[in-house]
Design a protein around this ligand. Structure first.
Ligand code: FCB
Length: 442
């Protein structure tokens, strides 16, 4: 059981506890019901792109096992479920609507409604239809308008049945891993492309917001951003750590909250900046009802030659998870209070937080003690941030179950429920049982 002070807001009946997943990571059934290929199907097939050339063809087979998985969610006693809708299941290459794709999410949503579970749907969690990548993907401004058409289809179909619509998940990863360092699909490593993709993604988000408002008046609309706070390695690195925050955190949140990119970063990268018009910035800064924040770790930054050049430092005397990320609950607290000071934030939901551990099932149980400690300490940071005035309304554990962890394949397990990929057996880990107990004790 996770424990918080008795008067903690986390025990408030209105505070939403949830679990999160994403379509490509859990669904499998990539060839079923006329789903089109996505950039991740293509990327996984490239030798060397993904650990052991794993792919999402089967994943957790959630497309077929969704009923069992939703029963599992209900059994945990969570208030909310965050999942994503796969664009390649909804819109065909010729622009027509694939009813079978809508039907699948209708089944999921109906089951959640029956269980009285609040629904947060992410409209884009990285599985861009391959036919759009063939026309330039996120480097093509037209993709933002295609996204708006897709959002029109989904939101006019489901309307208020979805309580929270999140436009994009982590445009930082889509743009910077997808197009700047090439670690994610479509695997382009080019600075100019990274910034171009970023701008088109944010434009897509901005175009979607008024459509969502029109079609789902009573729902909440927002975006999910990922932030890793940058700490200076020493006194002389304070300015570069701040620059790193400008480049990775404020580059994404400032346009949304204030309609502008951070000037210093813009000037530094002037040679690789896309065309940015005033009108675009007005679209991008459409008012949102909530901000989803994903956080896992912090970075430690040192100077690398002349300002503002910097490098990441890997400290040796710190605790790390299986994926190598430092455990730093204080970083989450700092991030939340810093952002709250810098912006006038809408209500915040922690839409992802969690740990990868090298779990084994022993006698039918999984003792993921590091993950339990991780949740305890990070939830305590959320509690403290609320006490310091940050308006945090909910927390989603990443993830409901082990799944396809992008370029790490199935090697990294982030679930609170263990998945045996041979048998598709689900085993709630100790961390899941602790959630269940905590939620029941409220
Ligand atoms: C985030 C992604 C999510 C998952 C976690 C570990 O960047 O949004 O899909 O892979 O990391």
């Amino acid at each position: 059981m996770y424990r918080f002070p008795e008067d903690s807001k986390l025990y408030d009946p209105d505070f939403l506890f949830g679990v999160a997943t994403a379509s490509y990571q859990i669904e499998g059934a990539t060839n079923v019901d006329d789903r089109c290929p996505s950039i991740w199907d293509t990327f996984c097939a490239k030798p060397g792109a993904v650990y052991k050339q794993h792919n999402g063809d089967v994943a957790c087979d959630h497309y077929h096992l969704y009923q069992d998985d939703l029963n599992l969610i209900a059994d945990l006693g969570v208030d909310a479920y965050r999942f994503s809708i796969a664009w390649p299941r909804i819109i065909r290459p010729d622009g027509t609507i694939n009813q079978k794709g809508l039907d699948f999410y209708d089944r999921v949503i109906s089951a959640l409604e029956e269980k009285n579970i609040t629904i947060m749907a992410t409209l884009y969690h990285w599985d861009l239809p391959q036919y759009l990548d063939d026309q330039g993907g996120w480097l093509n401004r037209e993709t933002a308008y295609k996204f708006a058409e897709y959002v029109e289809v989904v939101s006019s179909y489901f309307g208020d049945r979805i309580d929270f619509y999140a436009t994009l998940n982590e445009p930082w990863c889509s743009a910077f891993h997808g197009y700047r360092d090439g670690k994610h699909a479509p695997g382009i490593a080019d600075e100019k492309s990274g910034y171009q993709a970023c701008h088109n993604l944010l434009l897509a988000h901005g175009l979607a917001i008024p459509i969502l408002r029109k079609n789902a008046e009573n729902s909440k609309h927002g975006i999910v951003l990922n932030f890793t706070p940058n700490y200076p390695a020493n006194e002389s690195a304070i300015d570069v750590a701040d620059f790193a925050d400008q480049e990775h955190t404020h580059w994404f949140i400032k346009p949304i909250m204030e309609g502008k990119y951070p000037e210093e970063v813009y000037q530094h990268y002037i040679d690789v900046m896309p065309l940015i018009s005033e009108e675009d910035m007005a679209v991008i800064s459409a008012e949102i009802d909530f901000l989803g924040i994903n956080n896992y770790t912090r970075s430690v930054i040192d100077k690398d030659g002349q300002y503002p050049n910097y490098k990441k430092v890997e400290l040796s005397d710190v605790e790390r998870t299986h994926i190598g990320w430092e455990v730093c609950p204080e970083g989450l607290l700092k991030l939340l209070t810093d952002l709250n000071q810098a912006y006038s934030l809408p209500p915040v939901y922690i839409t992802e937080n969690g740990a990868a551990t090298d779990d084994k099932v022993i006698d039918g149980a999984v003792d993921d003690e590091q993950r339990c400690r991780y949740y305890q300490s990070h939830l305590s940071s959320v509690d403290q941030a609320i006490r310091k005035g940050v308006d945090i309304r909910g927390y989603f554990a990443w993830s409901l179950m082990d799944n396809f962890e992008w370029s790490e394949g199935y090697k990294m397990r982030f679930g609170i429920v263990h998945v045996d990929y041979e048998t598709q057996e689900r085993t709630p880990k100790r961390s899941a049982l602790a959630f269940k107990e905590t939620l029941a004790s409220r």
